[in-house]
Design a protein around this ligand. Structure first.
Ligand code: HPA
Length: 273
């Protein structure tokens, strides 16, 4: 499959045919955070299957819908359900949503995810602003022929998670009395959770939270010059921190319990950006 410019444009044109306003912000909602999309006003809901050249979400806790509309004064496009490497997609395929967002005219992306705490001062329910990321596993999502319509062959990633957006997120958290963290997101491919030995290694390497998503999206956004804000909901202590297994149930339950706080924070952030 050749992912050329026209490939992405086909998806974008289909989506644009459903709306008559300019989009401000794109959001990708991670595990159990999908209910945020329920608050979107005048929702235009498009199933992923309906969109030409898009991917299909195969994870139960991910809805698989694109929702467009208004949220706290901004025109938003929101992915309720994302695509992961562990589902069998190649890194090269994981560029699709971000490049489509770019062609929709969006310049700011909010990436959210559920993550395990490697940093032992974190607790389930905490929210971490992603300051930077570590992806040592596998190739770049923008490997292969460069599509210069999106960005240059070589590009800077030293401010991948935009400093101004991080400052706004901190200010918004303070305003609602939330003790927000800021740290490094470490990518592990999954679908197995990590071993305790891996988590110890990740801690030495500088990771504060570990998860199975987000990094390819952030790299793709950096390539096409979009501003990114990344927010991790800490759903569990990572493997080996506590003397108990890491389970999908715990991840889902913390996600549901904390979704109101997450929503309040996002609301403030949307107002400010
Ligand atoms: N590891 C990887 N991904 C995750 C975790 C974890 O502990 N929790 C939520 N997503």
């Amino acid at each position: 499959m050749e992912y050329n410019y026209e490939y992405f444009k086909k998806s974008a044109d289909y989506i644009l045919s459903k709306i008559d306003y300019k989009l401000d912000v794109a959001m990708i909602l991670g595990s159990s955070l999908g209910t945020l999309a329920d608050e979107i006003e005048n929702p235009v809901v498009i199933d992923y299957e309906e969109i030409p050249n898009f991917l299909i979400s195969t994870v139960e806790s991910h809805a698989g819908k694109l929702i467009l509309g208004q949220l706290h004064g901004k025109n938003v496009v929101c992915m309720s359900g994302r695509f992961h490497y562990y589902e069998g997609y190649d890194f090269e395929q994981l560029v699709i949503p971000i490049r489509v967002f770019k062609l929709l005219g969006v310049e700011t992306v909010i990436l959210t995810n559920a993550a395990g705490a490697v940093n032992t001062s974190y607790r389930p329910g905490d929210i971490m602003i992603i300051k930077d990321q570590i992806k040592l596993m596998g190739a770049s999502p923008v490997r292969g022929p460069n599509l210069k319509e999106f960005g240059p062959r070589f590009f800077d990633v030293s401010n991948m998670y935009d400093r101004d957006l991080r400052d706004i997120a901190k200010k918004c958290a303070e305003r609602i009395g939330l003790d927000i963290k800021e740290g490094i997101y470490y990518f592990c491919p999954g679908p197995q959770f990590e071993t305790p030995a891996e988590i110890r290694a990740i801690r030495i390497l500088g990771g504060d939270a570990v998860g199975m998503s987000t990094v390819t999206e952030a790299i793709t956004a950096a390539h096409c010059g979009m501003r990114v804000l990344g927010l991790s909901l800490i759903t569990n202590m990572a493997a080996g921190v506590l003397d108990q297994p890491v389970t999908a149930e715990e991840v889902g339950e913390t996600g549901r319990k904390s979704s109101d706080t997450f929503k309040r924070l996002l609301k403030e952030i949307l107002r400010e950006i």
